[in-house]
Structures are given as structure tokens and as C-alpha cells.
Design a protein. Sequence first.
Length: 90
Amino acid sequence: MPFVLNDLQQVGPGGSAPRIWTYTTPDTIADANTTGYFNGASDVLTAGDLIYLVTSTGGTAVSVLAQVLTNAAGVVDIADGTVLAATDTD
């Protein structure tokens, strides 16, 4: 499933501080942390921002915290992320 801009929500401060975002997707974390997945948000994401992602792997919701590594020429790259929790949703 492609990135959906409306599912990306800012929850943290802006200004000179890194922003904190949430994003929920039925995609796996391997899909979401692929370079270019977040290109649709290249106008709002900056290097250093944090994204709290809730992804899915075979019926298991996986919560991941990932940092935006780069955003250059509209191409966004995020870190692989740190898994915070995995919950069976079946």
C-alpha cells in the first residue's frame, strides 16, 4: 500500500526542535522504512524528526520509532527504526 499523507499526524513541537509524528499503516516496517516511502511528506518532514509508526506484519501490529535521516530533493529516508512493541491483533 502506498504512503497516505492524511495518516501522518504531527504530535510534537515545531520551530527549531525536531517534530514528532505518528503514522499508522497496514504495510510492514520493511516497506515503510524504504527510501522514498515518505516522499509524499517531503515538504513537512525534516532530518531529525521522529516518526512513531504502527505497522503490520502477518496480523501483528508492530510499533516502531524511527528518525528521519535525510530529506534531499524530495527524497525522504528514515532509519530502520527501533521496535517498541508487537501485539497480535487476531
